[in-house]
Design a protein around this ligand. Structure first.
Ligand code: NI
Length: 256
């Protein structure tokens, strides 16, 4: 059993081979996939997929790089979608100072609005953070009772401790398998086992030996295998524990 906690099957990149990609995921024991939305179009598509497949769940949100385009009325639709029983999270949202340094205030405002929705609906945040560790921590630390995931976490082990202390989970993806990725490997070793998740972020960030190629959810297995190696545990134990963590966090009835 494996849960891919972050996959964009709602991306146009999968329009031509979605059935094959899903079949390969199921064949590799990926029993649940969380399809993450990031704008109006992909939020809608994530819900369509969740309605079609029993093993797919959706999250809805606005990506920080679109913050300047978000209007107050856009949240009305998000609220409506958050009432859907297969919408299990808010995001992806967060801060990205790598792609966009010109609209930091707007990014923070859009992020805060989604943190509030996460608390209101008691559904976890899917947090995107790029070149913005401290700013992200500062925004999040204004809140109590947070639930959420630092998605494809790429920060330092020290910052990971800070996010864990806020009650958040850490999710690792393809980069932990890269040969020179010393920092994600250290993070993989230090996160408490009950707060660790795995993901692909497909079609992006394919793990070794597929680096640079279009990623797909079946490859979450490679991420879990690398974590098992680093933690000196059997693969089955990592698969079981990370799945259990995901079901609990997303409030999905565990498969037996
Ligand atoms: Ni993503």
């Amino acid at each position: 059993m494996l849960v891919d906690t972050h996959v964009h099957l709602n991306s146009k990149k999968f329009d031509h081979n979605l059935d094959e990609v899903i079949k390969r995921a199921l064949d590799n024991k990926v029993e649940t996939m969380i399809v993450v939305g990031f704008d109006k179009e992909t939020n809608k598509r994530a819900i369509e997929l969740a309605e079609k497949y029993p093993f797919i769940y959706a999250t809805v949100g606005f990506h920080p790089t679109d913050a300047k385009k978000i209007k107050p009325t856009d949240y009305d639709l998000l609220v409506k979608q958050l009432n859907h029983k297969k919408v299990v999270g808010v995001g992806e949202c967060g801060l990205d100072f790598y792609w966009d340094k010109d609209f930091i205030d707007e990014q923070i405002e859009v992020f805060k609005k989604q943190i509030e929705l996460s608390i209101q609906f008691d559904k976890p945040l899917i947090i995107h953070m790029r070149d913005a560790s401290e700013a992200t921590y500062n925004v999040l630390s204004e809140y109590r009772n947070l639930k959420g995931i630092m998605h494809c976490y790429s920060g330092s082990p020290e910052m990971a401790t800070n996010f864990l202390n806020l009650g958040l989970h850490i999710s690792l993806g393809g980069p932990v398998t890269f040969k020179n990725a010393q920092i994600p490997k250290r993070v993989a070793e230090m996160v408490p086992f009950d707060r660790l998740l795995v993901e692909t972020d497909a079609p992006y960030l394919s793990p070794h030996p597929f680096r640079g190629k279009t990623n797909e959810p079946a490859r979450v297995k490679l991420v879990a295998e690398e974590i098992a190696r680093l933690r000196n545990l059997p693969f089955s134990e990592v698969a079981k524990q990370t799945s259990k963590n995901a079901y609990k966090l997303f409030n999905i009835k565990e498969k037996i």
